[in-house]
Design a protein around this ligand. Structure first.
Ligand SMILES: Nc1ncnc2c1ncn2[C@@H]1O[C@H](COP(=O)(O)OP(=O)(O)OP(=O)(O)O)[C@@H](O)[C@H]1O
Ligand SMILES: [Mg+2]
Length: 238
């Protein structure tokens, strides 16, 4: 059975000034899938995510979330349509407590969904519980990553874009984040995950798309990539 489309993108292009960075990206993520967007440094992963979230200007022939057009609409309305975005720079509000960072982000999702509460975020990331009064600027990188994922969940997204959540973190923390991403997917959140860490992706994703020089060069299930040494060698520095 084919999964219902959650995110459908076609012909996505983006420029920084005069320099073109995305050259017609096509991406289809089914409801409940976790798709890894894999590619080397500078391949265009973050730009793709920022364009989908409406944070940078882009053009596309199609950009639908749950069958509704999100092409060219402002980022706050894309968020309201159900898209949560966790950028790679993990910007917390440093002078606010962990709990304030979470409650400040509390919003109903699409169709007025309120599936996520403070308690549910703490259940998902129990390591945040003893840190609830700590200033977010004092957290470690791994703790901040959990906080920004939790903060995105407080907006009750139906789809989450996670930009390199494992980057620069200790293996033990990466492991915990992997467990949580899998749990989120099992609970019904659709995920698009940008990564350079192929082993992390093979562990958490159901599907993969490989991006190179601003184009999608391969899209398949995780099993397909696992068995494709040619793609791994050509595009993923393994
Ligand atoms: N603000 C910017 N201004 C100009 N060029 C940019 C800007 N941000 C990114 N680029 C360029 O766009 C291209 C794609 O960058 P992008 O950040 O999307 O790649 P990435 O796949 O996320 O890389 P990384 O793995 O290093 O995060 C790169 O050539 C990069 O140098
Ligand atoms: Mg990036």
């Amino acid at each position: 059975m084919t999964a219902l489309r959650c995110l459908s993108v076609a012909g996505l292009t983006a420029f920084y000034g005069a320099s073109q960075v995305l050259f017609g990206i096509d991406l289809n993520v089914g409801e409940g899938q976790c798709m890894a967007l894999l590619g080397r440094n500078g391949a265009g992963k973050s730009t793709t995510m920022k364009a989908i979230a409406g944070i940078i200007p882009s053009t596309a022939t199609k950009m639908d979330l749950h069958g509704k057009n999100i092409n060219g609409i402002p980022s706050y309305r894309i968020a309201r349509a159900g898209l949560g975005f966790v950028p790679e720079d993990r910007q917390v509000f440093p002078e606010h407590s962990v709990e304030d960072n979470l409650t400040l982000a509390e919003k109903a999702g699409a169709q007025n969904r309120r599936d996520w509460t403070l308690q549910r975020v703490y259940d998902a990331f129990p390591l945040l519980v003893p840190l609830r009064t700590r200033l977010a600027g004092q957290l470690s990188g791994g703790e901040q990553q959990m906080l920004v994922i939790g903060r995105a969940l407080m907006g009750n997204p139906t789809m989450l874009l996670l930009d390199e959540p494992s980057e620069g973190l200790a293996p033990v923390i990466v492991q915990q984040i992997a467990v949580q991403i899998k749990a989120l997917r099992k609970a019904g959140t659709t995920i698009l995950l940008a990564e350079q860490n192929m082993h992390f992706c093979l562990n958490v994703a159901t599907h993969v798309a490989v991006i190179d020089k601003g184009k999608i060069v391969y899209a398949d299930s995780v099993e397909g990539l696992r068995n494709n040494d040619d793609i791994k060698r050509r595009y993923l520095s393994v």
